[in-house]
Design a protein. Structure first.
Lengths: 83, 411
């Protein structure tokens, strides 16, 4: 079963459209806007970390037909606040 | 410093000469003097001076206060009133002076310092006014030339201001015609009764409303779809004074969505009308989509998934509430060899053959076709189970065979 990244803002106070995002599971960094993180292709979204959430087969199938995956963590704005 | 052109309105020749002397000494250009209020207004109109020194008591029927009102209102020229009266001697007159629109006030006898100070105020006022006009012109140009509609409306449902794009969007020849022609937005603009009240309620509660999509009437009665972004403007007490809206015509988008929904509905109904089981699977045998016949087979006729009665995508927003995620239909080949789906997963291509559907062992023909992504890669299979004779599963005349979904849930 495929797993997907969950990105959160590294600089929580950054107000730019594009910002540094980090996967809260595998730690991979991306420089993207929040909208882009909400609409990632299957290749961009796949996370190798075992704790990352699984993508249901139906959602994965949709990405193969041109759909996208939401890879924003629920607490994307505050997750790295303590850091 | 640039000299000012100053008009003197004074019926007393001695007073006029005194003012002229002070102005000339400061290097300014003197116009007049005008002895009567009417003359002062005429000279202001013809000569357009930078400022007017206006005595309150003038010869003729128009006094200095009346002449000041005319000059400031019609020509926007700063006026400084000059008089020997004070609040102690003539309170009524002083009240009139306050409401006359004069920029400054000097008591007689006028001194050089008082005149210099008042003319400095005039210069500053003129500069500010020019800057204001400049700014107004700039924003007016953006407002007038915007491709989106912009309007201001009162809570009672009348347009106060509109730009050209909005007037043209609704089929009016110009903003003036729209503002005077629409007496009630509830009756003349919004198609759905109460739609504007809904917008007002949200504006009162939230202050700003975005993406408010409504159907509105154009002037000639045609209906169009618009999306509004509105902001409420309140007075100091928090009462809604008026609201400003930015409007985009989204008729083409809404119509395209409606056409797309209709086409999708036709496709869904077509696949649901088929008496055969039609199931779209991924290469891991997960059900991606299935028609109503298969949903009834899996869930039974009385259950939630079957109640949807339509093709569905389990695990997505399309799935009926309570629908279960199921794996592909289990079946065994009649000849005891690999079933068509197993052959497809091993060899690819189109595969078919007689099978028995489990559980129950219902005999049918199974056909498996590859399903491709837009780039041509095979990403799944379309499986069709056709019950031989009697028109397929739909007309079997008995409840569809139940599948033990509990065993397959999440498998």
């Amino acid at each position: 079963m495929m797993r997907k990244h969950q990105f959160a803002k590294v600089d929580c106070n950054c107000t730019r459209r594009a910002t540094h995002l980090k996967c809260i599971h595998c730690g991979v960094m991306e420089y993207r806007s929040l909208d882009e993180a909400r609409r990632m292709s299957q290749g961009q979204a796949e996370c190798p970390h075992p704790d990352a959430p699984q993508v249901p087969p139906q959602e994965r199938f949709r990405t193969m037909m041109g759909g996208t995956l939401d890879c924003l963590a629920p607490d994307y704005d505050t997750h790295f606040k303590a850091d | 410093m640039q000299p000012l052109r100053v008009l003197i309105a004074e019926d007393d020749p001695v007073g006029a000469a005194l003012l002229k002397g002070l102005l000339v000494r400061e290097g300014h250009v003197v116009l007049g003097p005008a002895a009567m209020g009417e003359d002062a207004v005429r000279l202001a109109r013809d000569e357009r001076p930078d400022a007017v020194l206006m005595d309150i008591w003038l010869a003729g029927r128009m006094n200095g206060v009346e002449a000041t009102r005319a000059v400031t209102a019609d020509f926007d020229i700063p006026v400084i009133l000059v008089t020997g009266a004070t609040e102690a001697t003539d309170r009524d007159l002083m009240d009139q002076v306050a409401g006359s629109g004069a920029l400054g006030f000097m008591s007689k006898p006028v001194t050089g310092d008082a005149l210099r100070m008042n003319l400095r105020i005039v210069r500053r006022h003129t500069r500010l006014l020019a800057r204001l006009r400049d700014s107004e012109q700039r924003y007016r140009s953006i407002f007038d030339n915007a491709v989106v509609g912009i309007y201001m409306a009162d809570p009672e449902g009348r347009y106060l201001v509109s730009n050209r794009a909005f007037a043209e969007m609704l089929g009016w020849s110009g903003p003036g015609e729209l503002v005077s022609g629409v007496r009630s937005m509830d009756e003349q603009v919004y198609e759905a009764p109460g739609r504007r009240q809904e917008l007002l309620a949200r504006l009162r509660a939230e202050g700003t409303v975005t993406g408010f999509v409504s159907q509105v009437y154009g002037r000639d009665g045609d209906l169009l779809w618009v999306s509004e972004h509105c902001t409420a403007v309140h007075d100091w007490a928090g009462e809604l004074l008026h609201y400003e809206g930015i409007v985009v015509n989204v008729t083409a988008r809404i119509e395209a969505e409606q056409r797309w929904r209709t086409t999708l509905g036709i496709l869904r109904n077509t696949i649901d009308a088929m008496p055969d089981h039609v199931v779209l699977l991924d290469l891991d045998r997960n059900v991606i989509m299935a028609n109503a016949s298969w949903v009834r087979h899996v869930c039974g006729p009385g259950e939630a998934g079957a109640a949807a009665g339509a093709s569905y995508l389990p695990g997505t927003a399309d799935a009926a509430p309570g629908a279960v995620a199921v794996r592909c239909p289990d079946c065994v080949a009649e000849d005891g060899g690999p079933a068509p789906l197993d052959r497809f997963l091993r060899e690819g291509g189109h595969q078919s053959g007689p099978v028995r559907l489990l559980p129950g062992g219902e005999a049918c023909t199974c056909s498996v076709s590859p399903y491709r992504a837009p780039d041509g890669t095979v990403i799944g299979a379309v499986l069709v189970l056709h019950r031989d004779g009697e028109g397929g599963f739909a007309s079997a005349g008995r409840p569809a065979a139940r599948v033990d979904t509990a065993d397959r849930r999440g498998a």
